[in-house]
Write a protein that binds this ligand. Structure first.
Ligand code: NAI
Length: 315
């Protein structure tokens, strides 16, 4: 069965170019009523223009789809949601996609560049989502896709601002997934790589042609669809690769004994073991309560061993 978005209202932020443009076209082609939001500024976030959003809306309409343009900054998220409600009555899906870059080594990064990048990516996503949240709860339906980045998951030279914002979007989605669960609200995160003005000066042309935004869009559409029940997950997606990313933690090392064993020296002695994922099974974490109960059972288990060794551990 084709996955369609008939009767669904989808907001795509930053939909005037790159990934967002392809998402908007694809959602509309599958029957969604699309709010094409784009501020239309430069890659660094300077300026504004209605041109790109208008072009996308015109393309959607020419293909027989339904769309309305919105030129607000994502920081004015309430206006974007208002556009959806005035044009189509409500909102069912938010794709938090708008973004800018202000790269520089942390040593040289001005505070305004740090703050602006956090504002657009993180606070912008917050503003749009906050305005849509009451609609999602009332109608017991909502789908959110936040756009993180490998830079956020793993760090990247010159992107302290961007990486900070992108990882924050992960925590944001993971929490919305939990708070929204009983209202049929699903929130997930993608960390894409795709050809756009963000990457066109970084990667060679032959690589860029292999990572077109069209190869990211199917996952975004699936995560935004009613059939998707997965929530709070992170996906890497690029050039036809789709994979889930999970947090993992080593089995760790338990320290029990008298006070003297709780020392930095005891940590030093056991540090390799604390860090070791190799020979031991690792634990995948999916929720904070799971993590807490995991700690408690590890500690309970360790009580069975009464005699600590000289390093203070019980293994
Ligand atoms: P892009 O620059 O083509 O698209 C971003 C769009 O967001 C632009 O059309 C821009 O006008 C709009 N925008 C910027 N600030 C805005 C604001 N304050 N309010 C409303 N719209 C605003 O870049 P691309 O690559 O399509 O980026 C889309 C998202 O994917 C971004 O969040 C980016 O960080 C993320 N991403 C992209 C990767 C890639 O390889 N292209 C890698 C990882 C993440």
């Amino acid at each position: 069965m084709p996955l369609d978005f008939k009767d669904k209202v989808v907001i795509v932020t930053g939909a005037g170019s790159g990934l967002g443009k392809v998402y908007a076209l694809d959602f509309a082609a599958r029957g969604a009523k699309v709010v094409v939001n784009d501020l239309g500024g430069s890659l660094k976030g300077d300026g504004a223009s209605s041109k790109n959003a208008d072009i996308v809306v015109a393309e959607i309409k020419a293909a027989g789809g339904q769309a309305v343009a919105n030129y607000d900054n994502v920081l004015d998220g309430a206006n974007i949601v208002k556009t959806a409600v005035e044009a189509f009555g409500t909102v069912h899906v938010i794709i938090n996609n708008a973004g800018i870059l202000r790269d520089s080594a942390f040593k040289n990064m001005p505070e305004k560049d740090f703050k602006l990048v956090l504002d657009v990516h993180l606070n912008g996503a917050y503003k749009v989502t906050k305005a849509a949240w009451p609609y999602f709860r009332d109608q017991k339906y909502g789908r959110i896709v936040n756009t993180a980045s490998p830079a956020g998951l793993y760090g990247n030279f010159g992107q302290a601002n961007y990486a900070t914002a992108k990882l924050a979007l992960v925590g944001f989605a993971e929490t919305l997934a939990k708070e929204g669960a009983k209202y049929n609200i699903r929130a997930n995160v993608i960390a894409p790589l795709a050809k756009s003005r963000m990457t066109e000066d970084l990667l060679p042309p032959d690589v860029l042609e292999k990572i077109l935004p069209e190869k990211v869009s199917p996952l975004v559409q699936y995560l935004a669809h009613a059939d998707n029940q997965t929530s709070g997950a992170i996906f890497e997606v690029a050039g036809g690769f789709f994979g889930q990313v999970k947090w993992q933690r080593s089995s760790g090392q338990i320290f029990r004994g008298d006070e003297e064993t709780f020392t930095p020296e005891a940590i030093l002695n056991q540090f390799d073991s604390i860090m070791d994922f190799g020979e031991k099974p690792f634990n995948v974490k999916t929720s904070y309560p799971t993590q807490v109960s995991d700690y408690l059972s590890i500690l309970e288990e360790s009580k069975k061993v009464t005699k600590p060794n000289p390093q203070g551990n019980t293994k």
